[in-house]
Design a protein around this ligand. Structure first.
Ligand SMILES: Nc1ncnc2c1ncn2[C@@H]1O[C@H](COP(=O)(O)OP(=O)(O)OP(=O)(O)O)[C@@H](O)[C@H]1O
Ligand SMILES: [Mg+2]
Length: 257
């Protein structure tokens, strides 16, 4: 990850760029959720974001995922300054380029698993049978082939999380944003999900993953450490997908939250 400042010509090699981004919430006392963040995410890179609870991780993801706009500064996704896009253009960018795994899953309560996963493909004009087939395939890859007819409240937290993950990946998006994608998963399922991320990374997908777990972050190429809405430091790691040391016991690598 390099310093920002390359200008528009850098967009070809850059998936996401944040330039001195501030996000301030006004609730009586202003809350500076992000306080001057500059970051470049190269195309095809694998980035983890760590930091204590309230440090601005989800705020950052929401900005990059075009769900929100900054108070100051610029967020450039796929060459486009998000703030200058119309609502419709933003929706299209979100629907075609970005796959988002929300911290709170955001599944449609009345749709079953396969329908939830198939939904983003509506943007792509894919036929109904093909949508369902692709959705089923993704659900199988996250270990939920036997739960495709279940609606969210008939699924466990970890299963809902995996449905959300399958939904984020179903369009094969260029950019995958995952906010604590393995927070509710047992060790074995977590390893499967991380392997799946590794496969997408190998295929050229840009990944940004928020996590409190050190061993999850270590699957990435770099870790951006946030503290109080600022980048505290960027830690460069070796090649992505290398599990390195065996996973630590539960909670062993947990950052304070
Ligand atoms: N809609 C909002 N209105 C007001 N304040 C907000 C809003 N969203 C977030 N904040 C505040 O902004 C700060 C950053 O929140 P954010 O959700 O980005 O933290 P986080 O790093 O994702 O934390 P966690 O690890 O708990 O998910 C927090 O202090 C939070 O209270
Ligand atoms: Mg969060």
């Amino acid at each position: 990850m390099t310093e920002t400042g390359g200008g528009a010509e850098a967009s070809g090699a850059t998936a996401v760029s944040l330039e001195n981004v501030r996000k301030t919430y006004q609730l009586g006392e202003p809350v500076h959720a992000l306080d001057g963040v500059s970051l470049e995410v190269p195309r095809g890179s694998y980035t983890a974001i760590m930091g204590p609870s309230g440090s601005g991780k989800s705020t950052l993801m929401n900005l990059v995922g075009c769900l929100d706009t900054p108070t100051e500064g610029a967020v450039v996704v796929d060459g486009a300054d998000v703030a200058t896009l119309s609502d419709r253009e933003r929706t299209t960018l979100r629907g075609t380029t970005v796959g988002f795994v929300f911290q709170t899953f955001n599944l449609m309560p009345r749709l079953n698993a396969v329908e939830n996963v198939a939904l983003p493909q509506l943007f792509q004009g894919v036929g109904r049978d093909e949508r369902r087939e692709r959705a089923r395939e993704l659900l199988e890859r996250v270990g939920l082939g036997d739960r495709i007819d279940h609606v969210p409240n008939e699924l466990s937290g970890g299963q809902r999380q995996r449905v959300a993950l399958a939904r984020a990946l179903v369009n094969d998006p260029a950019l995958v944003l995952a906010d604590e994608p393995s927070g509710n998963l047992d060790t074995e399922t977590e390893a499967e999900v991380l392997d799946l991320f590794g496969e997408f990374h190998d295929a050229g997908t840009t990944l940004v993953v928020v996590t409190h777990e050190r061993h999850v972050a270590e699957r990435a190429e770099r870790i951006v450490h946030l503290l109080d809405g600022k980048i505290e430091r960027i830690e460069e790691l070796g090649s992505a997908g290398d599990p390195g040391e065996p996973a630590e016991p539960a909670d062993g690598g947990r950052e304070d939250r």
